[in-house]
Design a protein around this ligand. Structure first.
Ligand SMILES: Cc1cc2nc3c(=O)[nH]c(=O)nc-3n(C[C@H](O)[C@H](O)[C@H](O)COP(=O)(O)OP(=O)(O)OC[C@H]3O[C@@H](n4cnc5c(N)ncnc54)[C@H](O)[C@@H]3O)c2cc1C
Length: 315
């Protein structure tokens, strides 16, 4: 079958996002092979269409009127254990990677237990992390598709230039993550299981039950707050997290915004840095609520919150 026959039109993206918000993709293709990936980019280039890469949709906001371009949903979902390494396709879910690792007595990914749908590709790009751990600690190599030259390139951990919630792949959109080798370590199964339980239990106690996308804003560097607002830093000095950052959720909570709603978008009562879809939220309402929160935090603390979520197909 040629690529044109595999590409679908006007496919709803809502079910592919954990927020369950947004309109359809004008063109949509599920990617399982390198050949299809290559052909899809050639097809889009011929038609002068923009290409968007969709992982698990657990960190994106899709506009209400949809995405005018070709959306590639990464479904190359291999997970294979080799000694202390786990080879994963970019489309593999973290949850499946954890199952595979646990089955091979491999530890390192337990902190990600309970993050729904997130893929290896999306998580490497954004250097996902929790409880003081992150993808940067695990990635040994990443194989990426260099879109301009249409070839696959292998990057070392160092080449990936990981930093807080970012990597080289976030800064340079010319690469698409195809696969990765994670370096884990052998551990007793009962210890791995206990860490998974701990992570699941933390998330079930502190995270909202309604559709969300995790943290909306990045946490803030204490040094930046200190420069802009020394009084605030003084007030917050006993609230520094283990990474030396101030939680964005804490600032939002201190503005009294838990429960603030615009239409179907609402600041979660469980966690002020999570916005939930209470039923029929529109992307437009989420954008307005994000902007309102940023303005309130700016007015009260003279600091600027930065989005951790990605605007997918806007403008
Ligand atoms: C309940 C909940 C809890 C969460 N908890 C956490 C947490 O503890 N820590 C944390 O860091 N995050 C958390 N998140 C956010 C989210 O799960 C992560 O950011 C995750 O890594 C995103 O992966 P994804 O596959 O869903 O990416 P998507 O949302 O599909 O995409 C995110 C971005 O990555 C790009 N992208 C996706 N795949 C690729 C690829 N193969 N190559 C290049 N670019 C790609 C997309 O174009 C988009 O710009 C949580 C989300 C939810 C819903």
């Amino acid at each position: 079958m040629n690529i044109e026959d595999k590409i679908q039109k006007d496919i709803a993206l809502k079910p592919f996002t954990t927020w369950q918000v947004g309109g359809p993709a004008k063109y949509y293709l599920e990617i399982k092979s390198k050949e299809d990936l290559n052909a899809a980019y050639s097809w889009a280039k011929d038609k002068q269409l923009k290409v968007y890469i969709l992982g698990g949709g657990s960190n994106i906001l899709v506009p209400d009127d949809g995405v005018d371009g070709l959306v590639l949903r990464m479904l190359n979902d291999k997970t294979e254990a080799k000694g202390e390494r786990l080879e994963c396709g970019a489309g593999a879910c973290l949850s499946n990677a954890i199952i595979k690792a646990t089955g091979n007595n491999l530890s390192g990914l337990e902190w990600a237990s309970g993050i729904p749908r997130a893929t290896i590709g999306g998580s490497i790009r954004g250097n996902a992390g929790a409880f003081g751990q992150r993808m940067a600690n695990l990635v040994e190599t990443t194989e990426a598709f260099y879109i301009k030259k249409k070839k696959f390139v292998v990057f070392s951990n160092r080449d990936c230039k990981f930093a807080y919630r970012t990597s080289m792949f976030k800064k340079k959109a010319e690469y698409l993550i195809w696969s990765a080798t994670l370096r884990l370590h052998k551990e007793k199964p009962e210890i791995i299981r206990a860490r998974i339980e701990e992570s699941l239990s933390h998330r079930s106690r502190h995270y909202p039950k309604l559709p969300s996308v995790g943290s909306i804003f990045k946490n803030l560097d204490s040094s930046n707050i200190e420069k802009g607002n020394p009084m605030l830093m003084n007030e917050l000095k006993d609230k520094l997290g283990r990474t030396g950052k101030i939680s964005a959720g804490l600032l939002i909570d201190m503005c009294g915004l838990k429960g603030k709603a615009i239409g179907g978008a609402k600041v979660s009562l469980e966690h002020a840095n999570h916005l939930v879809n209470t039923g029929h939220a529109r992307a437009e309402e989420i954008v307005m609520l994000i902007s309102y929160i940023k303005q309130q935090v700016r007015d009260k603390f003279a600091v600027e919150l930065q989005e951790e979520i990605q605007y997918f197909g806007f403008g």
